[in-house]
Write a protein that binds this ligand. Structure first.
Ligand SMILES: NC(=O)c1ccc[n+]([C@@H]2O[C@H](COP(=O)([O-])OP(=O)(O)OC[C@H]3O[C@@H](n4cnc5c(N)ncnc54)[C@H](O)[C@@H]3O)[C@@H](O)[C@H]2O)c1
Length: 277
């Protein structure tokens, strides 16, 4: 191995990396890390209203950033955004599909049984996690295919390995994201270039806006029984912190992972390894 090249593994100077959902907790942390490593981090999100603090953090790195309003479920909006990005930066090296999540109406519980979950809510969760990742990969993957180089990273979940209770549409859609990751890895290598890699990160349990209602009791502020069960089943005995994902992210984006495609990397404090006994 050319050891001189080791330092390239965390140097993304001049690399343009698009992050749908990048105004969220996990995507925002990834964007900040990438700007710190010299990248042009392009955040696409349908809700930029809470991104003031993130904007400040993004200023601290040597790279650049943009926050652009876009909806991953509207392909036309993605195409227009992609054209603007290529016009300004000339390329897209990476895509991190971090737009995703669950919603209360697609979750069984005291308020709604499985039989009463509204189709609209179920459809939205499946579309957001699966279709949103597919549409973004179509639009930005085409730019990578033209260049013969690129890295796509999807965000799967612990619910993809074995479904989690209550979150029926979320679990099914994240299993589909894992399946899509493997499918696209093979397709890109076969049809376009072995230098287009597609992988996923499967985070364990991170406390963020989209799962707050499941982990903490709104009234008391203490852990719900589900939140406690998760901690008990996580050998490292804590929820993940957004920065816990950065090592895996930088590795998957870097030449250090040049022979890695179709992989799903669990970053979960040991949750998926623990049988409970
Ligand atoms: N938090 C966890 O414990 C956890 C665990 C496993 C996987 N994940 C996954 O990680 C990803 C990021 O989640 P997070 O925890 O940072 O949640 P988050 O809610 O903080 O971030 C999600 C972001 O996606 C954006 N978004 C939603 N719909 C969109 C659309 N149609 N178009 C564009 N943007 C849209 C939201 O505005 C938000 O900024 C999601 O796919 C989530 O399912 C999270």
């Amino acid at each position: 191995m050319d050891l001189e090249k080791l330092s390239e593994n965390s140097n993304f100077s001049g690399r343009t990396i698009v992050i749908p959902g990048g105004a969220g907790i996990l995507g925002g942390e990834m964007a900040c890390a990438l700007v710190h490593c010299g990248a042009n981090a392009i955040i696409l999100d349908r809700d930029l209203s809470r991104s003031e603090a993130l904007k400040e953090r993004l200023k601290s790195g040597p790279g650049t950033s943009r926050l652009i309003h876009a909806d991953v479920l509207l392909k036309e909006s993605l195409v227009k955004t992609a054209e603007a990005i290529v016009a300004e930066f000339g390329e897209v090296y990476g895509l991190i599909n971090a737009a995703g999540g669950n919603e209360p109406k697609a979750t069984t519980g005291q308020e709604r049984s499985f039989f009463d979950l509204p189709a609209e809510a179920l459809k939205h969760v499946v579309e957001l996690n699966l279709l949103g990742s597919i549409l973004s990969s179509q639009v930005f993957g085409r730019i990578m295919a033209d260049r013969g180089e690129g890295v796509i990273i999807n965000i799967s979940s612990m619910s993809a390995y074995r479904p989690l209770t209550r979150t029926v549409a979320y679990s099914a859609s994240k299993a589909a994201v894992t399946n899509f990751t493997q499918w696209l890895a093979v397709h890109m290598a076969h049809e376009y270039s072995p230098n287009i890699r597609v992988n996923a990160i499967a985070p364990g349990f991170f406390h963020t806006a989209q799962n707050h209602f499941l982990l903490y009791d709104e009234k008391t502020g203490s852990l719900t029984p589900r939140g406690s069960t998760i901690i008990e089943h996580t050998p490292m005995k804590r929820f993940g912190k957004p920065e816990d994902l950065i090592g895996a992210l930088l590795w998957l984006l870097s030449p250090g992972a040049q022979f890695v495609t179709g992989a799903v990397i669990a970053v979960d404090g040991g949750f998926s390894a623990f049988s409970g006994v």
